[in-house]
Design a protein around this ligand. Structure first.
Ligand code: AMP
Ligand code: FE
Ligand code: FE
Ligand code: ZN
Length: 281
């Protein structure tokens, strides 16, 4: 059984629609997938109907932006209630500020480059959570850079003069909100140091104490040595360990199914979460 629990669609910064993500997963031979768009459940309905049609099991999820003392953390939330008011208030605030921040970044770039907000909007899908990848797409279309990768390495890098952060809630609070909303919180790519600063093992222990359920160990942004350490930390803290692709369509090198999660870990996630929200074929 092949299980990939971290996939993005056009409901955030992936390049495939939610239905296309499920079609690609099916063609790749996956049995169980989670749709985890940034700060949004907008793709769940469409992904669910396609999953039922193609015989895949879908775990509805999201990748929630948060922070520990200003260090960015991405929290995968599985099987939570998308209508939970407290969680919705946080993700709405994040999404609103992501939009504002993207416009402010374009404004900064427009001093040096011939870029407008309208250029970016051409690359933003319906109901999408806006992020730097959409700015990258506009820069690629303008011929300023060759790829999203090049845009992130240069103009959109955290150390670029055009970079601005966006609002994100405290990670411990989000862990508690996800659990209260019937969901299962798993920290995404905990050692993705290339993107910026990463949280310490003590920070992870603090999150485990308030309900963090697992660590995404097998992810291309965690080095081999980091994965070994994370497995040890997970044993120590009694956390689950997952593996996933973080597929973004053609927007990133990550291949669907390149990392997978063990069936017994999936079973545990379903036990911890709200079973009724699992979409079965
Ligand atoms: P943002 O959330 O707007 O700060 O942008 C970060 C998002 O951009 C991450 O969630 C990734 O999905 C994506 N990203 C980061 N690095 C790259 C890259 N090199 N190429 C394509 N997408 C990337
Ligand atoms: Fe992304
Ligand atoms: Fe992420
Ligand atoms: Zn992701």
């Amino acid at each position: 059984m092949l299980i990939d629990l971290h996939l993005h669609s056009t409901a955030s910064d992936g390049t495939d629609t939610p239905a296309e993500v499920i079609e690609v997963a099916s063609a790749a031979g996956l049995d169980v997938v989670a749709l985890t768009d940034h700060d949004s459940a907008a793709g769940w309905a469409s992904a669910s109907s396609t999953a039922r049609r193609l015989g895949l099991t879908l775990i509805p999820g999201a990748e929630i932006s948060c922070q520990v003392d200003g260090i960015g953390v991405h929290l995968l939330a599985y099987l939570y209630d998308a209508h939970d008011p407290a969680l919705l208030e946080e993700t709405t605030q994040t999404r609103d500020d992501r939009l504002d921040r993207a416009q402010r970044m374009v404004h900064r770039m427009s001093g040096d480059l011939d870029i407008t907000w309208a250029d970016v909007l051409e690359h933003v899908g319906p109901a999408a959570t806006v992020g730097r990848p959409h700015l990258a797409d506009a820069l690629v279309a303008m011929g300023v850079v060759e790829s999203r990768d090049e845009a992130f390495a240069t103009l959109l890098h955290v150390r670029s003069p055009y970079y601005l952060p966006h609002y994100s809630p405290d990670a411990a609070r989000v862990v508690q909100l996800v659990v209260a909303a019937g969901g299962v919180p798993v920290m995404a790519h905990p050692r993705a140091g290339r993107r910026g600063r990463i949280v310490s093992s003590d920070d992870i222990a603090d999150l485990a104490a308030v309900g963090l359920a697992g660590l995404e160990v097998d992810h291309r942004d965690n080095a081999e040595e980091d994965r070994r350490e994370l497995r040890g930390l997970a044993r120590e803290l009694d956390l689950l360990t997952t593996g996933s692709s973080d597929y973004h369509g053609t927007g990133k090198q990550n291949k669907i199914g390149e990392n997978t999660t063990a069936p017994d870990v999936l079973e545990r996630i379903i036990e911890l979460g709200t079973e009724a929200r699992v979409v079965r074929p």
